[in-house]
Design a protein around this ligand. Sequence first.
Ligand code: NAD
Ligand code: DAU
Length: 368
Amino acid sequence: MRRLLVTGGAGFIGANFVHLHLREYPDDRVVVLDALTYAGNRANLAGLEGHPGFRFVHGDIREQERVEALLREERIDTVVHFAAESHVDRSIVGPDAFIETNVGGTHSLLKAARAVWLESDDAPADPLFHHVSTDEVYGSLEAGEAPFTEAHPYAPNSPYSASKAASDHLVRAYHHTYGLPVTTSNCSNNYGPYQFPEKLIPLMLINLLEGRSLPIYGDGRNVRDWLYVEDHNRAIERIIESGRRGEVYNIGGNCERTNLEIVERLCDLVEEAFGEDESLAARFPACPVVKGGHGRDLITYVKDRPGHDRRYAIDASRLRDELGFGPRESFDSGFRKTLRWYLENEAWWRAVMDGSYREWTRVQYGDC
Ligand code: NAD
Ligand code: DAU
């Protein structure tokens, strides 16, 4: 039985991780620590309130003393560190929060883990600090270049990726200098339930349903390597179970697509869904499909993102060869699941988009 502290567990990937973990390991203890920034949503953890192993703590990873107290009080043996500022566009407009949370916050957590696990009598038997990071630390690939391995040099290009790179280095340093047991994973682009609608897939889907334009940056030929969020989290579970301490594992979907391909596929799937379910036309009357038009007509090319990385692609062979891991979802199956989830959870995304989820969660859950 493990006792986990999941930072950022009210965000997109963290919340999916908590649901998966408590489904697969119902006897474990899972304590979520989340500051509930704009991206954190208590409703992402709905349904877990009565679970005996689950606890939600509203707090900031930068509060070192509080984290130390939590590690001791809950006898935490596994930290799974998702908490971060995660959106590249926001990092371009306002980098400070990225340095404060991603660098300062990660360092604060490392100091807390070191104090409790290495410098006190309260240490659990087999502790592990798992750091969740991104493929963006490796920079950008040209067409035809080999995918990123774990040995690829770091070359971050945005304030976001630079802050994640700095956090990766701190995690590595705490292992080599102090002997803190750590693992790190660098994953490619995720998609799936609970993703905040500022990221490509949910943003485009909701715009399409609402009949708004689909803003594609630059020429739309930038390439990302897409992975269904549950596959990312299953990979993290494998690393926590059996990953070598001090090691880094790349996680990817072997699924490179241009942004234009993603948006066009989304348009086709939405047309298909409207064809199969007549009630969608009444729910989303502004969607062009309702008037016999096409989602693709809404595609609009807009000014490119400054410093926009051209291509990411992951070589996940270490994860496959050492830990026997491979994704379960194909792009098609994962994409269809995601579309279905957003169609079935309109209340969730409407509340997120108009900000009313803040008040709703305050009434539901109070301030914690
Ligand atoms: P997200 O923005 O959806 O969620 C981040 C969560 O962290 C939110 O719940 C937020 O409230 C919380 N948080 C932010 N600052 C905090 C602080 N100071 N203290 C406590 N909690 C705080 O992010 P996500 O997309 O779920 O990403 C999770 C992690 O995975 C990040 O570390 C990100 O870098 C990494 N990652 C994301 C992707 C992706 O495609 N989204 C891919 C690879 C890696
Ligand atoms: O690669 C992993 C990273 O993937 C994670 O570390 C980040 O946390 C996550 O946000 C994601 O970063 P990206 O910048 O790749 O994701 P985003 O959804 O913002 O954009 C995906 C691509 O789509 C990117 O090339 C920019 C483009 N884009 C995005 C938006 C929001 C558009 O063309 N139009 C848009 O409106």
